[in-house]
Every structure is written in structure tokens, then in C-alpha cells.
Design a protein around this ligand. Structure first.
Ligand SMILES: [Cu+2]
Length: 144
């Protein structure tokens, strides 16, 4: 991952177009299925790097609190985590600087599929989201 970041940085500095490397199709991506811990919180650790979230596809249960620890493993590139569905209890817009990590907390209220993404953009280059930096949050009905 670090190597990829460096490559991206060097290529951006050189003004070259970086083609995205090997990409799995959406259907091939595994879903991280979160269950509440003993304290009732659903937790995930998510790595932010250029230009992806790992894991990119997460399932949570509606009505139970969620904690995502976001860690930016890029060398110098800031990333963010945006999800903008306030009607479903999902409204986050946080910046994570290179090397930093932080935790966001929310409770998804309405089952459905919601995208999260990074909208960082350097000058005239494509935004990180356009480079593929987005993920999917599946909210499933409460189990009880
Ligand atoms: Cu980004």
C-alpha cells in the first residue's frame, strides 16, 4: 500500500496520468458483516489509502451504534470519509491526514445501500472518488 501511494505521488508530481491497477469487480468484493460487540457497538477498522477503502463493502445492522476507526496509511496524501444521507442517520464528513487515525460514531436508522467516498482532489487531477475511492455501506434491518 505504501508503495502504491509513493507511486501515485511520484506520478502526480510528474504530471502523468496514473491508471488504476488491478481492480476487483464489485461482485468479487467480500462484505464485512459487522455484528454488535458485547457492549452493543458494531466496530470496523478501515484503511484509507490512494485510492481505496479497505474493506470497501461493509454491512451493519440498523438501530445499533457503529464505530469506524479510520486510518490513513498514505505517506503524504490526506483523505476523507464522507457519507451524506442524514435521512438515514448517516451524515459524516471527516478529514484524515496522512498517517493519522480517528474514530467516527453513528447509528444507521434505515435499511438500504449507501455510498461513502473521498472527495479530495489535487488541482486539475481527478478526484479521489473518480479514481475509485468509494465504498458501500449496507444497512440491514435490526435483528430484533
Ligand atoms: Cu482520498
Amino acid at each position: 500500500m505504501k508503495h502504491t501511494s509513493w507511486l501515485a505521488v511520484l506520478m502526480c508530481a510528474g504530471g502523468l496520468v496514473l491508471s488504476s491497477g488491478i481492480a476487483l469487480g464489485e461482485d468479487e468484493q467480500e462484505v464485512l458483516m459487522l455484528q454488535p460487540d458485547a457492549d452493543g457497538i458494531q466496530r470496523a477498522f478501515i484503511v484509507l489509502d490512494s485510492y481505496e477503502y479497505t474493506p470497501p463493502h461493509i454491512s451493519v445492522e440498523a438501530g445499533a451504534p457503529v464505530e469506524f476507526q479510520l486510518e490513513n496509511q498514505s505517506f503524504i496524501t490526506p483523505h476523507n470519509f464522507i457519507i451524506d444521507h442524514p435521512e438515514a442517520g448517516l451524515q459524516q464528513d471527516v478529514n484524515v491526514d496522512a498517517g493519522d487515525s480517528l474514530t467516527i460514531r453513528f447509528t444507521a436508522e434505515i435499511p438500504g445501500t449507501y455510498m461513502f467516498y473521498c472527495d479530495k482532489q489535487l488541482l486539475f487531477f481527478p478526484s479521489h472518488r473518480e479514481e475509485g475511492m468509494e465504498g458501500r455501506l449496507e444497512v440491514r434491518p435490526a435483528s430484533r
